[in-house]
Design a protein around this ligand. Structure first.
Ligand SMILES: [Zn+2]
Length: 161
């Protein structure tokens, strides 16, 4: 992204988030040459893919929505933004494989994310699962934790805090 002040071609992204309507991404950038800070609004790429929600409504698929959910799960984990983005992109490829006729169920997306997180990071998995599967009480957590015998004690401590 070209710097509006010195026209240098490279900038780094300081912050990235979707606007309220989810149709654009606002990126705060800093020029790598003169350090001028500016923002860009970029159109979200709309793929030819619809998500069928639980109540039967359809909405366009947005990568940023998937990405933001995964970022939340990885809060305070050691993974860099770049690692997480790459991970989200590989999940997106799984979603495309699962889609039929340009449509995919939101429950199928959730199942794919959970399956991939389970293999990658127990803490991120539990965070995502507790929101997505709407855990009701500590029993639900214990069942989910049992998937990772080695992490049992560590995670119990975290949850009881
Ligand atoms: Zn500049």
């Amino acid at each position: 992204m070209q710097c509006p002040r010195c026209k240098h071609k490279n900038s780094k992204v300081l912050e990235s988030r979707t606007t309220q309507e989810d149709h654009a991404i606002r990126r705060r950038r800093e020029c790598l040459s003169c350090h001028f800070r500016f923002s860009t609004y970029e159109q979200v790429e709309i793929l030819d893919l619809s998500v069928i929600k639980r109540d039967g409504r359809r909405e366009p698929y947005y990568f940023e929505k998937l990405y933001n959910g995964i970022v939340k799960a990885f809060e305070k984990r050691p993974d860099t933004e770049k690692d997480i983005r790459r991970f989200a992109e590989s999940i997106e490829r799984d979603i495309h494989k699962k889609a039929k006729g340009g449509e995919v169920k939101s429950s199928e997306i959730g199942a794919i994310v959970i399956k991939r997180l389970k293999r990658k990071d127990p803490v991120a998995y539990l965070r995502f699962a507790s929101v997505y599967l709407q855990f009701q009480d500590i029993k639900d957590f214990e069942e989910a934790i049992n998937v990772f015998p080695n992490y049992k004690i560590q995670n119990k401590k975290t949850i009881n805090n």
